[in-house]
Design a protein around this ligand. Structure first.
Ligand SMILES: Cc1cc2nc3c(=O)[nH]c(=O)nc-3n(C[C@H](O)[C@H](O)[C@H](O)COP(=O)(O)O)c2cc1C
Length: 351
């Protein structure tokens, strides 16, 4: 059941990234500065590579918005890739431009190269890299920013923070860890947390497996490139007694409240009025300057993996992408629960 739907297209070094969003109510105010601010947040973070110095991502609306407000029509967003200038011939759609420049055949371990080349019957691994690259998370962040604008009108707020990079748990240690990895031609992953506040009780449902909000959030975050685990609430649940873990229910002046939030804001696949707390683990970036061993798909000889300009660590950016993905899931839940063709339909809504 999807009411807030979107598809994206675009390659890492193609002309642009595009998204079409369907289901947004009319008369939602579009704050383009906020969307571009979110794009900037995704580009930042300690340990990012050279590509982020080339791109200054800004979103452009090409449909569905007029005079600063949505009209109810599908919304199209575009982000142009500045680097395309240098890749026009290589990424050309024209058969007469065919070239082997920037082609590669040495599978990169940890990437989609091996399985993707077999699945799509591609000899040039460039054709796998271009779409499997996390570059597409830029346009997803823009879509998530639009979803956040919708959620903000209900007072919903979002924050995220980095919990760990490699073995480091404080900012100074994290930066030192990233500096060391960079110097050694190595990479790092880490763990982050996203929190959504002021959600109404009852988003999601227990009645069917595919309506459980925890499952929907897990799918949305797990499918971010390099994310390898997602948890809701306290992920030490496995080593706690039931009496320690479960959040007891109290009442004061007819108002229900909890003293703890180990459930992370979801019980029975529904929001329970507490903060939604999502944690996720990102694996180390798989492109290493100190190359990993692999096989060349063309010669079938043992060799070293292809290297292309890359991040040392992108956990901060990943957290921003996770905020965006969760915003899309929550926007969908608001639309399912409250409906609404225009923002005016929510005027008398009491959450
Ligand atoms: C924001 C972000 C930036 C990333 N940057 C890079 C990068 O610069 N180099 C790289 O090899 N992988 C990068 N990755 C991770 C790969 O895209 C990912 O590991 C790969 O596509 C394989 O997907 P999987 O790890 O989910 O199996 C990034 C991921 C995210 C979310």
């Amino acid at each position: 059941m999807e009411k807030f739907r979107f598809l994206t297209s675009g390659e890492s070094h193609g002309k642009c990234l595009t998204a079409i969003i369907e289901g947004l109510p009319a008369n939602l105010e579009i704050d383009i500065d906020f969307i571009n601010f979110e794009l900037k947040r995704r580009q930042q973070g300690y340990g990012r590579g050279g590509r982020m110095q080339i791109e200054t991502d800004t979103a452009e609306f090409t449909s569905g918005v007029r005079f600063g407000k949505t009209t109810g029509a599908p919304v199209t967003l575009v982000i142009y890739n500045k680097d395309y200038e240098n890749w026009q011939k290589i990424m050309s759609v024209n058969p007469s431009d065919e070239t082997y420049e920037k082609s590669f055949t040495k599978y990169r371990p940890g990437h989609a190269d091996y399985a993707g080349s077999i699945k799509y019957n591609q000899k040039d691994l460039r054709n796998i890299l271009e779409r499997s690259s996390a570059r597409k998370t830029a346009i997803e962040t823009a879509v998530g920013a639009v979803a956040k604008l919708f959620l903000k009108t209900f007072g919903v707020e979002c924050t995220s923070k980095i919990l760990q990079i490699g073995r480091a748990k404080t900012i100074e240690e994290m930066h030192a860890e990233i500096d060391n990895a960079k110097q050694a031609g190595d990479t790092l992953g880490g763990k982050f947390e996203v929190v959504y506040k002021n959600l109404p009780v009852g988003l999601g449902s227990y009645v069917h497996w595919d309506r459980m909000l925890d499952g929907r959030i897990a799918q949305a975050v797990m499918s971010i490139p390099a994310v390898k685990s997602v948890s809701i609430g306290d992920n030490h649940a496995y080593k706690m007694y039931g009496s320690e873990f479960h959040d007891e229910i109290f009442i004061d002046n007819e108002k229900i409240y909890r003293k703890t939030n180990n459930a992370g804001g979801i019980e029975g696949g529904m929001t329970n009025g507490e903060d939604l707390v999502v944690k996720a683990v990102m694996k180390p970036i798989p492109t290493l300057r100190k190359p990993l061993k692999t096989v060349d798909a063309r010669t079938l000889e043992q060799t070293e993996a292809h290297f292309e300009r890359s991040d040392t660590c992108a956990v901060e950016a990943c957290a921003v992408v996770a905020e965006a993905r969760i915003a899309c899931v929550l926007a969908n839940e608001f639309l399912l629960k409250f409906g609404g063709d225009s923002m005016e339909d929510y005027k008398n809504l009491k959450l």
